[in-house]
Design a binder for this molecule. Structure first.
Ligand code: F6P
Length: 529
């Protein structure tokens, strides 16, 4: 019912455009803007008006969105195919709170691990944790992939300004040996700590890299090598961690209710805590928590998380937008789009409903992005004049983290210009009136009517980063509820792992009999090089 109404609204809105919407209602910037904790949202440059937004909100209510949100927060097993709760919000609850799930206070468990992480981080930062021969640790290498890498790398880059200069940080994820090689040639074995970050402790890439690190340490340190001096593990799989040779006091655990792509603020954040220090990590957690509180307590009509998710539905399902760009005008957020790709696409890139029925509509768009202004000299041409409609999120700080000359003013001028030009464009008449040669006019026309959300934060701090991540985590949840897909499993990544497992021996021994003909032929080709 609501879906049909949205379709009707979209047909109506396709007959107008953003310019016209502003001409008819100059109050749009105040009417379509909102504040959530420290983040300001301007939705005025969307192809939306009151009536169409109301139709979208009615759909959210029809999908029982509020109930869906409460189910997550209260620990119901909304990850149905894995029979798990989804409780990343419990990772950032203050110590004074509690949440009982299956008879267990999960908040107390979270804070017990956080306390151990704090002690360890402080000791490492002040040099009292040493490697072989008592050498102070100088290099910290996080080995992980997916959520066990993207969150830590993204947060490290985002908060680089706040990172201690006494330690060097490195991140290894790819099974391509080049990744670990480039790190190993820069570090010194006796003063290196490897953090093996893996929820399952079975992921092939991570375990291959961890074993390579172990061999490298053993080769270089000889008899003085003890894995416990140079490794810590972040994992839910204590048994495999111990088998690897890492003892309990060097293991920081978490729980099956923390999804890999939602794990940045669990033990998986240890490298972040070491880098920025426990106090800043706590600030990040309170940033997350404040956004959780906002999201859980704000009604559908005023909730920016819900609005952002509804806008995805609007453009994806009714305007055929195939992709969505996230463009931070904040160089420190350069890995944020990559982080969001896993968060949003691994969660909602699904084609069956929670009950396993084939969906009859499009689900996750392709998320992509790069920091501005770099993108302006690369793909923005397509955003402005290409044939595809690509909704954009622009993110930036009102104040820079580091003030240098007039750089920030120029950055701000550019981001505001991009959002404005996308929305309002420039007509053939306006271009001709400037005296442009007639044969060039059509080439210069800027169609406009290209929607964007502008998100402004005061300045990029640990708390703001927590808010931004929580914002997109909750957008992920809301999208999943609206599309009725299970956002918290990722069955689509499994088959590739299994097939790679059967191709590995074929590459080694040439026996291709179990492979499909195309792969068998490629294996033979490769072996003949
Ligand atoms: O293969 C996908 C995935 O399972 C992600 O969901 C996860 O973040 C990543 O692999 C790493 O998993 P783990 O932390 O268990 O090594």
């Amino acid at each position: 019912m609501s879906w049909k109404n949205i379709a009707k609204q979209s047909e109506r809105m396709k007959k107008t455009n953003i310019r016209e919407l502003f001409e008819n209602n100059p109050q749009r910037p105040t009417q379509f803007s909102s504040q959530a904790v420290d983040l300001f949202f301007d939705f005025s440059k969307h192809i939306i008006d009151d009536e169409s937004l109301k139709a979208l909100q009615a759909f959210a209510k029809e999908r029982e969105l509020c109930e869906g949100i409460s189910k997550m927060f209260s620990g119901q097993k909304i990850n149905v195919t894995e029979n798990r709760s989804v409780l990343h919000t419990a990772l950032r609850k203050p110590k004074s709170e509690s949440l009982i799930v299956d008879g267990q206070d999960v908040v107390a468990d979270v804070h017990a691990v956080l306390a151990r992480m704090r002690d360890f981080s402080v000791a490492l930062r002040n040099g009292s944790i040493t490697g072989a021969n008592g050498q102070v640790i100088k290099h910290v290498v996080n080995i992980g992939i997916g959520g066990s890498d993207l969150g830590p790398v993204m947060a490290f880059e985002a908060l680089k300004h706040y990172v201690t200069k006494d330690l060097d940080f490195h991140f290894v994820s790819n099974v391509d040996g080049a990744d670990i090689h480039e790190v190993l040639i820069k570090i010194d074995p006796a003063s290196t700590l490897f953090i093996v970050a893996s929820k399952t402790f079975t992921t092939s890439e991570t375990m291959t890299n961890a074993n390579t690190a172990k061999t490298w340490l053993a080769d270089n340190l000889g008899t003085s090598f003890d894995p416990n001096n140079h490794f810590v593990a972040l994992s839910t799989n204590a048994k495999l961690v111990s088998k690897f040779g890492i003892t309990e006091d060097r293991t920081f655990g978490f729980w099956d209710w923390v999804g890999g792509r939602f794990s940045l603020e669990s033990a998986i954040g240890l490298s972040t805590m070491i880098a920025i220090g426990p106090e800043a990590f706590d600030e990040m957690l309170s940033g997350f928590h404040s956004m959780d509180e906002y999201f859980a307590k704000t009604d559908i009509e005023n909730n920016v998380v819900v609005t952002m998710a509804l806008l995805t539905i609007w453009y994806r399902n009714f305007f055929d937008a195939q992709s969505h760009a996230v463009l931070p005008y904040e160089n420190y957020l350069k890995r944020f789009p990559a982080y969001l790709q896993q968060l949003l696409m691994e969660s909602n890139g699904k084609s069956v409903t929670v009950d396993g029925e084939k969906v009859e509509y499009q689900t996750s768009p392709i998320y992509w992005g790069e920091p501005g202004t770099n993108g302006q000299h690369s793909f923005h041409q397509m955003l402005h004049q290409g044939t595809a409609l690509v909704p954009v999120d622009f993110l930036f700080g009102a104040k820079p983290v580091t003030e240098i000359g007039n750089h920030h003013t120029l950055l701000l001028a550019n981001v505001l210009a991009q959002s404005s030009v996308l929305a309002f464009g420039k007509t053939a008449e306006e271009i001709a009136a400037e005296g442009t040669k007639p044969e060039l006019v059509e080439h210069k026309v800027m169609p406009g009517n290209r929607p964007s959300t502008v998100i402004i934060y005061p300045k990029l701090t640990a708390s703001v980063l927590g808010q931004l991540v929580a914002l997109y985590e909750h957008i992920t949840l809301v999208q999943g509820i609206l599309w009725n897909v299970g956002s918290f499993d990722q069955w689509g990544v499994e088959l590739g792992k299994v097939v790679a497992g059967s191709i590995t021996p074929a590459l080694e021994n040439g026996d291709t009999t179990s492979l499909d003909p195309a792969t068998a032929s490629l294996v033979t080709k490769i072996r003949n090089y």
